[in-house]
Design a protein around this ligand. Sequence first.
Ligand code: GLP
Length: 244
Amino acid sequence: AVFDNSDVASLAVAEEIAELIKSKQAANEPCVLGLATGSSPINVYEELVRMHEEEGLSFKNVITFNLDEYYPMAKDNTQSYWYFMHDHLFNHVDILPENINIPDGELKPEEVHQFCIDYELKIKEAGGLDFQLLGIGRTGHIGFNEPGSHFNSGTRNITLDHITRIDAATAFLGIEHVPRVAITMGIGTIRKAKRIVLLAWGINKASVIKETIEGEITSEVPATYLQTHNNVTFVLDEGASSDL
Ligand code: GLP
């Protein structure tokens, strides 16, 4: 779906999420959301906060699983995805703290493996992801599934691509401060979601969007694996769709 600009597109995505939350509420069921960080979803979260404040949209039945986190990373570090999610969404809505799941950047190295296994189990026990929101990196990564990621990969730690670290350098005030590793849901984890919406804004994303949608399916551009999902929408603005 191509929209005139990212504001109207973000509103449409927020409305879809709100409708899902409400339909699950009506059925007395939890709503399990997979959430993303980065600049792309910020306006979606802003709209959801507005719907909570102005329209009484409740998050009491919402369970969230975030895609990824840098490793190592302290939660109170302003660069952490933990901080980002609380700052943009969780601090402003009525979600129960015990329903928030984010890969833990504060684990000891020997704890990471078990954490990843438990993360997968927790998603399964919650009933699976009803909806997964995604951004996309210039390397074609979704979450932090860098080129080379396997089709069926699960939650695990991964070495960040050099291009990804360059893109994060400004936020970290220098590439030397960008972590080398992250914990991320896998391609397999993402592909099990019942519904996937990928957001991309601006001309900088045009070439990777073209590869993702029109290119051959390859682990060199992990987002191409989304082509095999039966309920995915690429939500784009004019810029991101300009090479299609
Ligand atoms: C990071 C995140 C991704 C995100 C990507 C693009 O690498 N781990 O989940 O999609 O950045 O970020 P942005 O939305 O700021 O372009």
